[in-house]
Design a protein around this ligand. Structure first.
Ligand SMILES: Nc1ncnc2c1ncn2[C@@H]1O[C@H](COP(=O)(O)OP(=O)(O)O)[C@@H](O)[C@H]1O
Ligand SMILES: Cc1cn([C@H]2C[C@H](O)[C@@H](COP(=O)(O)O)O2)c(=O)[nH]c1=O
Length: 266
């Protein structure tokens, strides 16, 4: 069954961009990496962290307050998995400044500032060394660009020149650095559910977020991961409907454990 075609979870193939060759622990080194999904079947030279350590990379994706952190916390407690939540604390405090709050106050002025820093911190997360066989990350450098930068631009809140500069940075990074992802787990929620959970979480900077903002983010996620009409997929997608209460969600994570960890058997 195709992704997102109803209830239950589904796994559909999309490909991956794993690097091959070379090993020089802990440093970025140049490697001839096949990036067959994103670039046809061409062979490109890319920088590889840890010699392309062959650890599985699983990215948990979903709207704001969809339950990603809760999902990561569950897997953190129950498996030999290294979990990386989003570095939101950094986005709220870089040398005493809060670019997340600034962006919500005045997106036209501060969107580029936040998104440049998000891109850097996401890249850092992707490239950090781990000791476990599996890396599970909250979101990715891809969703930061394909969802959040795109949303700012399409809603008219990011000047074209800012979008162009961010896109140049993103294209350079993804062309020259190998960022493997083996599986995307999409926590599919309704924007309404996220709005309720967001209000309950009550993060100071997010109090200004209206339901319409979550609808736009939802639409971009659906276009990318379900309809597949917007941007390239860096990995196959497992869709988990996530509007259910916490107890049911934990049960669903357990039910899907094998499918999720199958990404590490490559
Ligand atoms: N299945 C669920 N049902 C109800 N509330 C939930 C559920 N999952 C998470 N929450 C709550 O919703 C809020 C957002 O969850 P969180 O895991 O932080 O989302 P995200 O990391 O995607 O932003 C938190 O207050 C969390 O406790
Ligand atoms: C990746 C990314 C995130 N944000 C914002 C959206 C939210 O306010 C927080 C992340 O919170 P979540 O509960 O983990 O979804 O950061 C952003 O503005 N731009 C981005 O690229």
């Amino acid at each position: 069954r195709g992704a997102g075609t109803g209830t239950g979870s589904s796994l559909t193939a999309a490909g991956c961009n794993r690097a091959t060759e070379l090993c020089d622990g802990g440093r970025l080194i140049q490697s001839r990496a096949r990036s067959s999904w994103q670039r046809g079947n061409s062979t490109t030279v890319k920088l590889v962290q840890n010699g392309g350590d062959n650890k599985a990379v699983i990215c948990i994706e979903g709207n704001i307050a969809s339950g990603k952190t809760t999902c990561l916390e569950y897997f953190n407690k129950t498996g030999n998995i290294q979990v990386f939540t989003e570095p939101v604390h950094k986005w709220r405090n870089v040398r005493g400044h809060n670019p997340l709050a600034l962006m919500y106050q005045d997106p036209e002025r501060w969107g580029i500032t936040l998104q440049t820093y998000v891109q850097l911190t996401m890249l850092d997360r992707h490239l950090s060394s781990i000791s476990s066989p599996v890396r599970m990350m909250e979101r990715s450098i891809f969703s930061a660009k394909y969802i959040f930068v795109e949303n700012l631009f399409r809603s008219g809140k990011m000047p074209e020149v800012d979008y162009a500069v961010l896109s140049e940075w993103f294209d350079w990074i993804t062309t020259n650095i190998c960022i493997p992802v083996d599986l995307i787990v999409y926590l599919q929620t309704s924007p309404h559910t996220c709005h309720e959970r967001l209000k309950q979480r009550c993060r100071e900077e997010e109090k200004v977020i209206p339901l319409e903002y979550l609808v736009s983010i939802h639409q971009l996620y659906e276009d990318w991961l379900i309809k597949r009409t917007s941007f390239p997929l860096p990995a196959p997608v497992l869709v988990i409907p996530a509007d259910h209460d916490l107890q049911k969600m934990l049960h669903k994570y357990e039910e899907n454990r094998e499918k999720i960890l199958a990404a590490s058997y490559h």
